[in-house]
Write a protein of this length. Structure first.
Ligand code: NDP
Length: 503
């Protein structure tokens, strides 16, 4: 970090560098500004990496791949645990930096993003080492021969992460790749490179050999594209928008590269009338508020469509409206802030356009829909990319607003009359990432959950995650699964040797 602080920023500016072959490199191309979206000030710079810089990182990863694959899994796991410890030791710095880089409330960064980054490393260290676990060799016996099955690391893994949960999602890819014995080239979003740089600094003395863990920064269409088209990259794990996922799939398909694509969603929350009774409505609305507006609605699993059984509609609208009005919108660095800034002014512009398009389709805005009054915000963040949480109704089934992902604090609410109608409407987009169902009637909720076409359904909750469970989407929400053994298997190719039984 440089010693000088940019005026108005809450931290010294950070000079982000690529980590290649065990050292930070000098920039070969231009630098990109890193902006604190809440304060709208420059907080650092990151390399606008060229294709050549990316190739150097892939080269380092490629050269290190045989040795890392042969490193005993216990040693690989130990390196991951050391890195987890280093993040934990500096948790406050990591959380503060993530809040500055993304505009998310610091309390969220401290209690969700950073603990999860730490557990990603510890979880995959444990799972990789598990006797009889996903990476353990095993044999099948039968019909006079034995099939011995080993899992061999694929080689160089490209790990590309988005800006909404920068360290959380980057480490969700790096940890299983490294645990499985792949070397990696990570590519964070150029919008949010800061915590990846903090991670890279700490990784230097954790026991990763030079080239095992490389991180390159830069723009998707340049650095990202160079990474996914490099012939030495053996697998690609990508989280981001559906259009980007499609471009990556197209670019990498001719080489038959293994791919996991975690893409967008248009997730439904189905609320049954029994979840809206006076004794239940509080818990339902509290849970829904998280599902709708956590991280300013910028989580791929956020619900953007609430479908409520007609007799519960009024109670739910009232309960959500009062909670939205009470949300503390403010400086992400204030511990009491519950709702921060969107990722950038330009993203806020896109979300505002979606609200305008919804109005044009006939939406009535129940609450939100506008920027908060600047005077209501602390001085440091008056120019920030804030937008009030927005709830809209009055749209017909099949409207465009309910088809396209907005990826911001905007949701629609509509009544339904039968379970089949709710299911059909929930399934009526091209996406299939996740959904939530809210009811005390376990049988009915389970029947609805079973009929939903998506990767994960949460009943009476949202984002409860057992890291052993697979997570991912179907249809335009992606390809493949992350989590647990699925993730370790993704990075390792089965290799089978068949021998006749003696005698
Ligand atoms: P993008 O798709 O724009 O970017 C994701 C990552 O891909 C970034 O690192 C980006 O770099 C990079 N990238 C962009 N273009 C290319 C390319 N041609 N080749 C290789 N890499 C490229 O998504 P956002 O960052 O805007 O994230 C928001 C999206 O992510 C939403 O649609 C959301 O639903 C989805 N998402 C999905 C999740 C899931 O698990 N299914 C979880 C979280 C988010 P750069 O930003 O530097 O251009």
């Amino acid at each position: 970090m440089q010693a000088t602080a940019t005026h108005g920023s809450a931290m010294a500016t950070m000079d982000v560098r690529n980590l290649v072959n065990g050292r930070f490199t000098e920039r070969q191309g231009a630098a990109l500004d890193v902006i604190d979206p809440a304060a709208q000030v420059r907080v650092g710079s990151c390399p606008d990496s060229t294709a050549r810089e990316v190739a150097e990182a892939v080269d380092a990863a490629h050269r290190a791949s045989t040795a890392w694959a042969r490193t005993p899994v216990a040693d690989r796991a130990a390196a991951l645990r050391r890195l987890a410890d280093r993040i934990e030791a500096d948790l406050d710095l990591f959380a503060r930096t993530e809040a500055i880089d993304t505009g998310k409330p610091i309390a969220l960064a401290r209690t969700v993003d950073m603990p999860r980054a730490i557990s990603n490393f510890r979880f995959f260290a444990d799972l990789a080492e598990e006797a009889g676990g996903p990476l353990a060799p095993h044999a099948l016996h039968g019909a006079g021969f034995t099939s011995a099955i080993a899992r061999r690391p694929l080689g160089v893994a490209a790990c590309i992460a988005p800006w909404n949960l920068p360290l959380y999602l980057l480490t969700w890819k790096l940890a299983p790749a490294l645990a499985a014995g792949c070397t990696v080239v990570g590519k964070p979003s150029e919008v949010t490179p800061l915590t990846a740089h903090l991670l890279a600094e700490r990784a230097l003395d954790c026991g990763f050999p030079a080239g095992a863990l490389n991180i390159v920064h830069g723009r998707g269409p340049v650095a990202g594209q160079a990474l996914v088209t490099d012939p030495r990259v053996a697998c690609i794990t990508f989280t981001g928008g559906t259009a980007t996922g499609e471009a990556i799939a197209r670019a990498a398909a001719p080489r038959f590269v293994r791919m996991a694509l975690e893409l967008g969603g248009k997730n439904a929350a189905i609320v049954l009338a029994d979840a809206c009774t006076p004794d239940r409505i509080g818990a339902t609305a509290d849970g829904l508020m998280r599902a709708l507006f956590s991280n300013q609605g910028q989580v791929c699993h956020c619900a953007e469509r609430v479908l409520v059984e007609r007799s519960g509609m009024d109670a739910l609208v009232e309960a959500l409206s009062s909670r939205i009005a009470a949300l503390r919108i403010g400086d992400p660095l204030d511990e009491s802030t519950q709702f921060g800034s969107l990722i950038s002014a330009s993203h806020r512009g896109k979300v505002e356009s979606a609200i305008a398009a919804a109005r044009a389709e006939g939406a009535q805005v129940i609450c939100g829909g506008t920027r908060p009054d600047a005077a209501s915000l602390p001085e440091r963040v008056r120019a920030g990319a804030f937008l009030r949480p927005t709830l809209m109704t009055g749209l017909p089934a099949g409207c465009r607003t309910d088809q396209e992902e907005i990826f911001g604090p905007v949701a629609t609410i509509a009544p339904f009359d039968t379970d089949n109608e709710a299911i059909a409407r929930a399934n009526s987009t091209r996406f299939g990432l996740s959904a939530t169902v809210w009811s005390c009637d376990c049988t009915r909720a389970a029947r609805i959950a079973d009929a939903l076409v998506c990767g994960t359904v949460w009943i009476n909750g949202w984002m409860a995650r057992d890291l052993r469970a697979p997570i991912g989407g179907v249809r335009a929400s992606g390809l493949g699964r992350e989590g647990g053994s699925e993730a370790l298997h993704f990075f390792a190719e089965p290799h089978v040797v068949v021998t006749p039984d003696a005698g």
